[in-house]
Design a protein around this ligand. Structure first.
Ligand code: ZN
Length: 137
């Protein structure tokens, strides 16, 4: 099975990694809804959240606050949305469970539908800044 996120986890595909431990990896979204949009991904492949055990789901979401604090510190975001899509009809593009952390900026508003295309240079710089701001609690 060829899965983009498994390939990223196995270092067969590049990504801008902002956090990694034994069980999870966090990367910058290549097509951000807003600056700093990141994805928290469990290393074990499951397609949907309903394929996971409750413990695995708990472990996945327990990574979110530290990363979100890092993103806020690095970007100056005023808030953030969490998104977790399951199935094509729900806009799940990559069939490997992930949680979106989408920073929000008062001055920008909330254009859900519009995405940017980030350059590698921008993502690399911002990924480093967020990495430097992630502290384990
Ligand atoms: Zn996968």
């Amino acid at each position: 099975m060829d899965c983009l996120f498994c390939n990223i986890i196995n270092k067969k595909h590049d990504a801008h990694v902002i956090f990694e431990d034994d069980s999870h990896i966090v990367i910058m979204d290549k097509y951000p809804i807003q600056k700093g949009h990141s994805l928290v991904i469990p290393k074990i492949h499951h397609e949907k959240i309903i394929d996971m055990t409750n413990e695995e789901v708990g472990a996945l979401f327990s990574k979110v606050p530290d990363v979100a604090r890092g993103i806020i510190a690095a970007t100056g975001a005023d808030g953030f949305n969490l998104g977790q899509n399951n199935g094509r009809s729900a806009n799940q593009i990559i069939p490997h469970v992930h949680v979106h952390i989408i920073p929000r900026y008062q001055k920008v508003g909330n254009p859900w539908a519009r995405r940017m295309i980030a350059t590698d240079g921008d993502l690399k710089e911002l990924a480093k800044k967020i990495r430097d701001n992630i502290k384990s609690s």
